[in-house]
Unconditional design. Structure first.
Length: 350
Protein backbone atom coordinates (compact mmCIF):
# COMPACT_ATOMS: atom_id res chain seq x y z
CA UNK A 1 0.00 0.00 0.00
CA UNK A 2 1.70 3.20 -1.15
CA UNK A 3 0.51 5.84 1.28
CA UNK A 4 0.14 9.51 0.57
CA UNK A 5 1.75 12.00 2.95
CA UNK A 6 -1.68 13.22 4.08
CA UNK A 7 -3.24 11.47 7.09
CA UNK A 8 -6.71 9.98 7.05
CA UNK A 9 -9.07 12.66 8.45
CA UNK A 10 -10.81 11.60 11.66
CA UNK A 11 -14.17 12.41 10.05
CA UNK A 12 -13.64 10.09 7.07
CA UNK A 13 -14.56 6.38 6.76
CA UNK A 14 -13.05 4.67 3.67
CA UNK A 15 -13.59 1.18 2.27
CA UNK A 16 -13.41 -0.60 -1.03
CA UNK A 17 -14.05 -4.07 -2.35
CA UNK A 18 -15.45 -6.06 -5.21
CA UNK A 19 -19.00 -7.17 -5.99
CA UNK A 20 -19.22 -10.69 -7.38
CA UNK A 21 -22.05 -11.22 -9.80
CA UNK A 22 -23.91 -9.03 -12.23
CA UNK A 23 -26.19 -6.04 -11.79
CA UNK A 24 -24.28 -4.39 -8.92
CA UNK A 25 -25.93 -1.06 -9.76
CA UNK A 26 -29.39 -2.65 -9.55
CA UNK A 27 -28.56 -4.08 -6.12
CA UNK A 28 -27.46 -0.67 -4.89
CA UNK A 29 -30.47 1.09 -6.37
CA UNK A 30 -33.00 -1.28 -4.82
CA UNK A 31 -31.33 -1.30 -1.41
CA UNK A 32 -30.99 2.49 -1.25
CA UNK A 33 -34.65 2.94 -2.16
CA UNK A 34 -35.70 0.52 0.57
CA UNK A 35 -33.56 2.35 3.12
CA UNK A 36 -35.00 5.68 2.07
CA UNK A 37 -38.55 4.34 2.33
CA UNK A 38 -37.68 3.11 5.81
CA UNK A 39 -36.20 6.51 6.78
CA UNK A 40 -32.78 4.94 7.39
CA UNK A 41 -31.19 7.31 4.86
CA UNK A 42 -32.49 10.82 4.30
CA UNK A 43 -31.99 10.72 0.55
CA UNK A 44 -29.87 9.27 -2.24
CA UNK A 45 -28.84 10.14 -5.76
CA UNK A 46 -27.66 8.03 -8.67
CA UNK A 47 -25.40 9.48 -11.36
CA UNK A 48 -25.92 6.77 -13.94
CA UNK A 49 -23.37 7.83 -16.53
CA UNK A 50 -20.64 8.02 -13.87
CA UNK A 51 -21.80 4.87 -12.02
CA UNK A 52 -21.83 6.87 -8.80
CA UNK A 53 -24.27 6.69 -5.88
CA UNK A 54 -24.53 9.33 -3.18
CA UNK A 55 -26.41 8.99 0.10
CA UNK A 56 -27.00 11.15 3.13
CA UNK A 57 -28.10 10.10 6.62
CA UNK A 58 -27.75 11.15 10.25
CA UNK A 59 -25.93 9.64 13.21
CA UNK A 60 -26.65 10.38 16.86
CA UNK A 61 -29.82 12.05 15.65
CA UNK A 62 -28.16 15.18 14.30
CA UNK A 63 -24.69 14.72 12.76
CA UNK A 64 -24.97 14.47 8.98
CA UNK A 65 -23.02 11.82 7.08
CA UNK A 66 -22.40 12.21 3.34
CA UNK A 67 -21.18 9.17 1.44
CA UNK A 68 -20.23 8.44 -2.16
CA UNK A 69 -19.87 4.98 -3.71
CA UNK A 70 -18.31 4.55 -7.14
CA UNK A 71 -18.49 1.39 -9.24
CA UNK A 72 -15.42 0.71 -11.33
CA UNK A 73 -14.24 -2.00 -13.73
CA UNK A 74 -14.94 -5.61 -12.74
CA UNK A 75 -17.57 -4.30 -10.29
CA UNK A 76 -14.94 -2.98 -7.94
CA UNK A 77 -16.44 -0.42 -5.59
CA UNK A 78 -14.98 2.48 -3.63
CA UNK A 79 -16.89 3.99 -0.72
CA UNK A 80 -15.94 7.11 1.22
CA UNK A 81 -18.14 8.60 3.93
CA UNK A 82 -17.56 11.79 5.89
CA UNK A 83 -19.38 12.90 9.04
CA UNK A 84 -19.71 16.33 10.60
CA UNK A 85 -17.71 15.12 13.61
CA UNK A 86 -14.93 12.54 14.19
CA UNK A 87 -16.06 9.05 13.28
CA UNK A 88 -17.28 6.77 16.06
CA UNK A 89 -16.87 2.97 15.82
CA UNK A 90 -20.37 2.66 17.29
CA UNK A 91 -22.02 4.33 14.32
CA UNK A 92 -23.61 2.16 11.66
CA UNK A 93 -21.27 1.02 8.91
CA UNK A 94 -21.65 3.09 5.71
CA UNK A 95 -21.45 -0.18 3.78
CA UNK A 96 -24.87 -1.11 5.17
CA UNK A 97 -26.29 2.14 3.81
CA UNK A 98 -25.51 1.02 0.27
CA UNK A 99 -25.23 -2.77 0.14
CA UNK A 100 -27.65 -5.34 1.60
CA UNK A 101 -26.11 -7.12 4.59
CA UNK A 102 -27.65 -10.56 4.05
CA UNK A 103 -25.36 -13.61 4.07
CA UNK A 104 -25.70 -14.14 0.32
CA UNK A 105 -24.73 -10.61 -0.70
CA UNK A 106 -21.87 -10.45 -3.20
CA UNK A 107 -20.26 -7.14 -2.24
CA UNK A 108 -17.96 -8.36 0.56
CA UNK A 109 -14.93 -9.47 -1.47
CA UNK A 110 -11.70 -7.62 -0.79
CA UNK A 111 -9.72 -6.19 -3.70
CA UNK A 112 -7.05 -8.81 -2.91
CA UNK A 113 -8.29 -11.89 -4.74
CA UNK A 114 -9.68 -14.70 -2.62
CA UNK A 115 -10.31 -12.67 0.55
CA UNK A 116 -13.69 -11.91 2.13
CA UNK A 117 -14.55 -9.12 4.56
CA UNK A 118 -17.07 -11.00 6.70
CA UNK A 119 -15.59 -14.49 6.75
CA UNK A 120 -12.60 -16.35 8.15
CA UNK A 121 -9.80 -16.43 5.57
CA UNK A 122 -7.63 -19.50 6.09
CA UNK A 123 -3.96 -18.93 5.32
CA UNK A 124 -2.33 -20.98 2.54
CA UNK A 125 -0.26 -24.00 3.55
CA UNK A 126 2.76 -22.91 1.50
CA UNK A 127 5.09 -20.56 3.40
CA UNK A 128 5.98 -18.49 0.35
CA UNK A 129 2.30 -18.11 -0.55
CA UNK A 130 1.65 -16.73 2.95
CA UNK A 131 4.38 -14.14 2.47
CA UNK A 132 3.10 -13.23 -1.00
CA UNK A 133 -0.43 -12.81 0.39
CA UNK A 134 0.68 -10.51 3.22
CA UNK A 135 2.70 -8.38 0.82
CA UNK A 136 -0.30 -7.98 -1.46
CA UNK A 137 -2.56 -7.08 1.47
CA UNK A 138 -0.15 -4.40 2.71
CA UNK A 139 0.32 -3.02 -0.80
CA UNK A 140 -3.16 -3.07 -2.33
CA UNK A 141 -5.92 -3.40 0.24
CA UNK A 142 -7.75 -0.60 2.07
CA UNK A 143 -8.93 -3.00 4.78
CA UNK A 144 -7.38 -3.46 8.21
CA UNK A 145 -5.88 -6.96 8.17
CA UNK A 146 -5.81 -9.03 11.36
CA UNK A 147 -3.87 -12.30 11.67
CA UNK A 148 -5.29 -14.60 14.37
CA UNK A 149 -3.44 -17.72 15.50
CA UNK A 150 -5.43 -20.70 16.73
CA UNK A 151 -3.60 -22.13 19.75
CA UNK A 152 -5.60 -25.32 19.28
CA UNK A 153 -8.10 -26.51 16.71
CA UNK A 154 -11.34 -24.65 17.48
CA UNK A 155 -14.85 -26.09 17.60
CA UNK A 156 -17.70 -24.91 15.36
CA UNK A 157 -18.23 -21.70 17.35
CA UNK A 158 -14.51 -20.92 17.27
CA UNK A 159 -14.39 -21.27 13.50
CA UNK A 160 -16.76 -18.32 13.05
CA UNK A 161 -15.33 -14.99 12.01
CA UNK A 162 -14.59 -12.53 14.80
CA UNK A 163 -15.51 -9.57 12.60
CA UNK A 164 -19.19 -10.04 13.42
CA UNK A 165 -18.39 -9.21 17.07
CA UNK A 166 -16.66 -5.93 16.26
CA UNK A 167 -18.33 -2.52 16.67
CA UNK A 168 -20.54 -1.65 13.65
CA UNK A 169 -18.16 0.98 12.31
CA UNK A 170 -15.26 -1.48 12.18
CA UNK A 171 -16.67 -4.80 11.03
CA UNK A 172 -16.79 -3.97 7.31
CA UNK A 173 -13.26 -2.58 7.25
CA UNK A 174 -11.52 -5.65 8.67
CA UNK A 175 -10.22 -8.79 6.96
CA UNK A 176 -9.54 -11.70 9.33
CA UNK A 177 -6.78 -14.17 8.49
CA UNK A 178 -6.65 -17.45 10.44
CA UNK A 179 -3.47 -19.40 11.08
CA UNK A 180 -3.83 -23.04 12.09
CA UNK A 181 -1.97 -24.21 15.24
CA UNK A 182 0.98 -25.56 13.21
CA UNK A 183 1.41 -22.38 11.11
CA UNK A 184 2.71 -19.97 13.76
CA UNK A 185 6.37 -20.29 12.73
CA UNK A 186 5.57 -19.82 9.03
CA UNK A 187 3.32 -16.83 9.74
CA UNK A 188 5.92 -15.01 11.81
CA UNK A 189 8.58 -15.77 9.19
CA UNK A 190 6.35 -14.14 6.56
CA UNK A 191 5.62 -11.14 8.84
CA UNK A 192 9.25 -10.53 9.81
CA UNK A 193 9.82 -8.05 6.96
CA UNK A 194 6.99 -5.90 8.41
CA UNK A 195 8.37 -6.07 11.98
CA UNK A 196 5.17 -7.79 13.09
CA UNK A 197 4.91 -10.89 15.25
CA UNK A 198 1.80 -12.85 16.19
CA UNK A 199 1.78 -14.19 19.78
CA UNK A 200 0.87 -17.84 20.23
CA UNK A 201 -2.92 -17.97 20.51
CA UNK A 202 -3.11 -14.22 19.90
CA UNK A 203 -3.42 -11.76 17.03
CA UNK A 204 -1.56 -8.95 15.28
CA UNK A 205 -2.44 -6.20 12.84
CA UNK A 206 -0.68 -5.64 9.54
CA UNK A 207 0.93 -2.25 8.81
CA UNK A 208 1.27 0.50 7.77
CA UNK A 209 1.44 2.34 11.08
CA UNK A 210 1.98 6.07 11.65
CA UNK A 211 5.44 7.22 12.69
CA UNK A 212 6.09 6.79 16.38
CA UNK A 213 3.94 3.67 16.75
CA UNK A 214 5.17 0.10 17.05
CA UNK A 215 3.38 -3.03 15.84
CA UNK A 216 3.70 -4.50 19.35
CA UNK A 217 1.33 -1.78 20.57
CA UNK A 218 -1.43 -3.52 18.63
CA UNK A 219 -0.53 -7.15 19.27
CA UNK A 220 -3.14 -9.11 21.21
CA UNK A 221 -1.70 -11.71 23.57
CA UNK A 222 -4.76 -13.94 23.77
CA UNK A 223 -7.82 -14.35 21.56
CA UNK A 224 -10.35 -16.80 22.93
CA UNK A 225 -12.25 -18.57 20.17
CA UNK A 226 -15.17 -19.64 22.34
CA UNK A 227 -17.82 -17.12 21.33
CA UNK A 228 -17.00 -14.57 24.03
CA UNK A 229 -16.40 -10.97 23.05
CA UNK A 230 -12.79 -10.53 21.86
CA UNK A 231 -12.21 -7.47 24.07
CA UNK A 232 -8.46 -7.32 23.48
CA UNK A 233 -8.88 -7.43 19.72
CA UNK A 234 -11.68 -4.84 19.79
CA UNK A 235 -9.49 -2.53 21.84
CA UNK A 236 -6.52 -2.91 19.47
CA UNK A 237 -8.67 -2.31 16.39
CA UNK A 238 -10.43 0.69 17.94
CA UNK A 239 -7.11 2.31 18.87
CA UNK A 240 -5.68 1.50 15.45
CA UNK A 241 -8.67 2.98 13.61
CA UNK A 242 -8.41 6.19 15.65
CA UNK A 243 -4.79 6.84 14.64
CA UNK A 244 -3.98 9.51 12.02
CA UNK A 245 -2.87 6.81 9.61
CA UNK A 246 -1.74 7.65 6.06
CA UNK A 247 -4.39 7.64 3.36
CA UNK A 248 -4.21 4.46 1.26
CA UNK A 249 -3.40 4.85 -2.40
CA UNK A 250 -6.40 6.21 -4.30
CA UNK A 251 -8.24 7.36 -1.17
CA UNK A 252 -7.18 10.98 -1.52
CA UNK A 253 -8.89 11.22 -4.93
CA UNK A 254 -12.02 9.58 -3.49
CA UNK A 255 -12.15 12.04 -0.58
CA UNK A 256 -11.64 14.98 -2.96
CA UNK A 257 -14.48 13.75 -5.20
CA UNK A 258 -16.79 13.42 -2.19
CA UNK A 259 -16.08 16.97 -1.06
CA UNK A 260 -15.85 18.78 -4.40
CA UNK A 261 -18.23 16.86 -6.68
CA UNK A 262 -21.10 16.35 -4.24
CA UNK A 263 -24.49 16.64 -5.98
CA UNK A 264 -27.01 15.47 -3.38
CA UNK A 265 -27.73 18.88 -1.89
CA UNK A 266 -30.61 19.84 0.39
CA UNK A 267 -32.90 22.79 -0.40
CA UNK A 268 -30.99 24.90 2.12
CA UNK A 269 -27.64 23.93 0.60
CA UNK A 270 -28.88 24.71 -2.90
CA UNK A 271 -30.14 28.13 -1.78
CA UNK A 272 -26.76 28.85 -0.19
CA UNK A 273 -25.04 27.86 -3.43
CA UNK A 274 -27.28 30.14 -5.45
CA UNK A 275 -26.57 33.02 -3.04
CA UNK A 276 -22.85 32.46 -3.58
CA UNK A 277 -23.37 32.60 -7.35
CA UNK A 278 -25.37 35.83 -7.04
CA UNK A 279 -22.64 37.33 -4.88
CA UNK A 280 -20.00 36.37 -7.46
CA UNK A 281 -22.05 37.90 -10.29
CA UNK A 282 -22.53 41.06 -8.25
CA UNK A 283 -18.79 41.24 -7.62
CA UNK A 284 -18.12 40.83 -11.34
CA UNK A 285 -20.60 43.57 -12.25
CA UNK A 286 -19.03 45.88 -9.68
CA UNK A 287 -15.62 45.18 -11.17
CA UNK A 288 -17.00 45.98 -14.63
CA UNK A 289 -18.42 49.29 -13.43
CA UNK A 290 -15.12 50.30 -11.87
CA UNK A 291 -13.26 49.18 -14.97
CA UNK A 292 -15.65 51.17 -17.18
CA UNK A 293 -15.08 54.31 -15.11
CA UNK A 294 -11.33 53.83 -15.29
CA UNK A 295 -11.60 53.27 -19.03
CA UNK A 296 -13.59 56.50 -19.48
CA UNK A 297 -11.07 58.42 -17.37
CA UNK A 298 -8.16 56.97 -19.35
CA UNK A 299 -9.87 57.83 -22.64
CA UNK A 300 -10.45 61.43 -21.53
CA UNK A 301 -6.82 61.80 -20.54
CA UNK A 302 -5.72 60.30 -23.86
CA UNK A 303 -7.88 62.78 -25.74
CA UNK A 304 -6.42 65.66 -23.72
CA UNK A 305 -2.92 64.47 -24.48
CA UNK A 306 -3.76 64.10 -28.15
CA UNK A 307 -5.10 67.65 -28.28
CA UNK A 308 -1.95 68.92 -26.58
CA UNK A 309 0.21 67.11 -29.13
CA UNK A 310 -1.74 68.67 -31.98
CA UNK A 311 -1.52 72.16 -30.51
CA UNK A 312 2.24 71.71 -30.15
CA UNK A 313 2.52 70.47 -33.75
CA UNK A 314 3.92 67.11 -32.68
CA UNK A 315 3.11 63.74 -34.22
CA UNK A 316 1.06 61.72 -31.72
CA UNK A 317 1.73 58.01 -31.07
CA UNK A 318 -0.54 55.42 -32.64
CA UNK A 319 -3.79 55.70 -30.61
CA UNK A 320 -4.54 52.00 -31.14
CA UNK A 321 -1.29 51.01 -29.39
CA UNK A 322 -2.33 52.87 -26.23
CA UNK A 323 -5.94 51.72 -26.35
CA UNK A 324 -6.77 50.08 -22.99
CA UNK A 325 -8.42 46.66 -22.96
CA UNK A 326 -12.19 46.74 -23.02
CA UNK A 327 -13.77 46.22 -19.57
CA UNK A 328 -16.50 44.25 -21.32
CA UNK A 329 -13.88 41.67 -22.30
CA UNK A 330 -12.74 41.42 -18.67
CA UNK A 331 -16.34 40.95 -17.51
CA UNK A 332 -17.03 38.26 -20.11
CA UNK A 333 -14.01 36.28 -18.98
CA UNK A 334 -14.96 36.68 -15.32
CA UNK A 335 -18.54 35.56 -15.83
CA UNK A 336 -17.36 32.50 -17.77
CA UNK A 337 -15.54 31.35 -14.63
CA UNK A 338 -18.67 31.71 -12.49
CA UNK A 339 -21.10 30.08 -14.92
CA UNK A 340 -22.35 26.77 -13.34
CA UNK A 341 -21.73 23.65 -15.38
CA UNK A 342 -24.77 21.52 -16.12
CA UNK A 343 -24.94 18.34 -14.01
CA UNK A 344 -24.92 14.89 -15.52
CA UNK A 345 -26.74 11.69 -14.61
CA UNK A 346 -30.19 11.13 -13.22
CA UNK A 347 -31.59 11.76 -9.75
CA UNK A 348 -33.15 8.86 -7.89
CA UNK A 349 -35.14 8.75 -4.75
CA UNK A 350 -37.07 12.07 -5.26
Amino acid sequence: MHSSPDPLPSTVWPARGRHVGSAAADVLRVNLQQLKDGAVVDDFLELKEERVFEARWRVDGEAVVRARLTLGPDERWTLVAEAERPWSPQWASPVGMFWPLGPDAGWDHDTVAGLRLREVNRLPEDDKEIRRLFRECVRDSWAVHVVVHEAMTPDEIGRRSLTGQLPPGLRHRVVEHRAAPHQLRAVNWALKEFDVEVPRGGAALLPPLPAGHDADDFAVRSVFLDGTEPTGLVDALTRFAALPRPLPEGAEDAVTALREQWRLTTVEEELARQRELVAMYAEALDAMTKSRDLYREAAERANEALAAYREAGLVPPDPAAAQPASPLQHLTRALERFRPRPGSGGRSGH
